[in-house]
Design a protein around this ligand. Structure first.
Ligand SMILES: [Zn+2]
Length: 147
C-alpha cells in the first residue's frame, strides 16, 4: 500500500484492496462502522473531535498490505501493494540474511571451507554455546592472555 501521508487517501486505497481481496471482512467492517455511536472518536481513540484523530501518527512505519503474498517476490501482489517487500518477504529476507551472513563470513575467513563444513562448524558453535564449552574456552583464552 502506498504509504501516503494523507489518511483519507490511505483509507480509500485500503478499502479498495479490502473489498477486492477480503470482501467478507470489508462487509463486517462496514457493519461495525455503521453501528458505532456518535462518540466513537472519544470511545475508541480517546479524542473528542473526529478530525483531530486524523492527525494521529501510525504506530509503525511498516506499510499495511491486504493482498495475499505469493512465494515468488517478483510476482507477489502484497509486495506490489506496499511498494517494497511485504511482511512475508521481509521475514524471508531476514531469515535468508541470518543464514547466509555466517556462511559468507566463514568463506571470507577461509575460502577452502565447504558449505557443509561451515554448517557443521555453526552447529558445533551452537552446541558449544549451549553446553558451556564456549564459555569455558573463552575464560581459558582470557586467562592465557593475562599471563
Ligand atoms: Zn511479497
Amino acid at each position: 500500500m502506498t504509504s501516503s501521508p494523507d489518511p483519507l487517501t490511505s483509507a480509500n486505497a485500503l478499502w479498495q484492496r479490502l473489498t477486492k481481496h477480503q470482501p467478507a471482512v470489508a462487509a463486517a467492517l462496514a457493519m461495525q462502522l455503521r453501528a458505532l455511536p456518535d462518540t466513537w472518536a472519544q470511545r475508541e481513540l480517546g479524542m473528542a473531535r473526529p478530525h483531530a484523530v486524523l492527525e494521529l501518527l501510525p504506530a509503525s512505519d511498516m506499510p499495511m498490505e491486504i493482498a495475499p503474498h505469493v512465494a515468488d517476490w517478483e510476482e507477489c501482489p502484497a509486495c506490489d501493494e506496499c511498494e517494497g517487500l511485504c511482511r512475508y518477504h521481509t521475514g524471508y529476507a531476514t531469515g535468508y540474511e541470518e543464514l547466509h551472513r555466517p556462511l559468507r563470513e566463514i568463506s571470507a575467513a577461509d575460502p577452502t571451507v565447504t558449505v557443509q563444513d561451515a554448517l557443521e562448524r555453526l552447529e558445533e558453535a551452537d552446541e558449544a554455546a549451549e553446553n558451556g564449552v564456549l564459555v569455558r574456552a573463552v575464560a581459558q583464552l582470557i586467562e592465557g592472555a593475562q599471563r
